[in-house]
Design a protein around this ligand. Sequence first.
Ligand SMILES: Cc1ncc(COP(=O)(O)O)c(C=O)c1O
Length: 398
Amino acid sequence: MGTPAYVYDAETIRANYRALKAAIGDLPHEICYSVKCNSNYSILRLLHGLGVGVDIVSGGELYRSLRAGFDPSSVVFSGVGKTREELRNAIKSGVGLINVESDGELQSLISVAEDLKKTVDYGLRVNPDVTAEAHPYTSTGHGAAKFGVALADVADIVASAQASGSVRLRSVGVHIGSQITDPGPYARAVEKIVAVAAMLREKDALTLDCIGIGGGFGIGYAGKVGMDLEALFSLIREPLKASGLKVLMEPGRSIVGSSGFLVSSVLYCKRSGGTNFAILDAAMNDLLRPSLYQAEHGLSVLQPVGSEEKEWDFVGPVCESGDFLALGRTLSGVAPGALVAIEQAGAYGFSMSSHYNSRRRPAEVLLDGERFAVIRTRDEFAEIVTNEVVDLEWENRD
Ligand SMILES: Cc1ncc(COP(=O)(O)O)c(C=O)c1O
């Protein structure tokens, strides 16, 4: 398929899933894979085969999930700003649970449900005001974040909805952020959400039967250590069990992140301003995380050219100084024609890619033991412009 190309290993995805299941143990639970982190059809099919549900955040992700064969009842619709059209389609499709994040959104849900003469199961995402160490852009559980409803508002919001016969509270939950490696903030968030659930049940919210702990379990990027899932669940298992509710979780990265590699060729090498630059054929449009979050991914040389060892900045061809994939890496075998793999690229890699600089998004390949298959071909140039209108009526009028 040439380069750049994403390559995913199916067995790593299965192993990550098994490791999570082992850590969860005997806690009654349901795993809803967070589609946003890698939404390729074949990856969704693989996960469907493992028996997970899905957590989605848009009408597009609903479309993808149903297309991949997920039963609508196994779909949880999350996200801070669902449109009435998205709510309507979700209800009509029979989505299992709609998580709302504000009173306004709940009122929209009630009104759409009334229009459709349906009773809809909803969950309330609560902002537990817990700070977890993560990049500011992926930290979502602190009080100043746009996500969830404030703890102090929960009782009133639920009470106002209870008067309507069109919605039924099934779940309260949190999602405190992404790439979190410390179990501590989860324990604090769980304590708060368990207390919220108990308070609501005391107030007769008897349809409440699930409690959400979100996703966000961190992985080991570039040789660092990810979340110790055993340690996490040994901390939160008992309070969750004691709640008597089924635990919903929405992991993404911890399932697919370590399975993926972005394979790229070194186009040119040059020295400038005291830095050795290796210019790759992959760029920020293919893998945005380093530019957006200063994320560090592992990088290894798959096919070396020569053997000289140097410190390199690996950059892309896009016209931005922020276009880099890895900085300050000491490696040998880096020269034009060498092949490198940017590691831990299975989550928020292709799904955050774009056509910036009118670049074709990369191909995607799935390995499974001795087999491999192209699961998405590289874009054609025509696909980059496919929605552009080329016959403006006022063009060339005179
Ligand atoms: C509401 C929600 N749930 C789950 C996730 C998945 O997080 P992760 O991929 O870190 O597990 C996200 C990611 O941002 C999210 O916003």
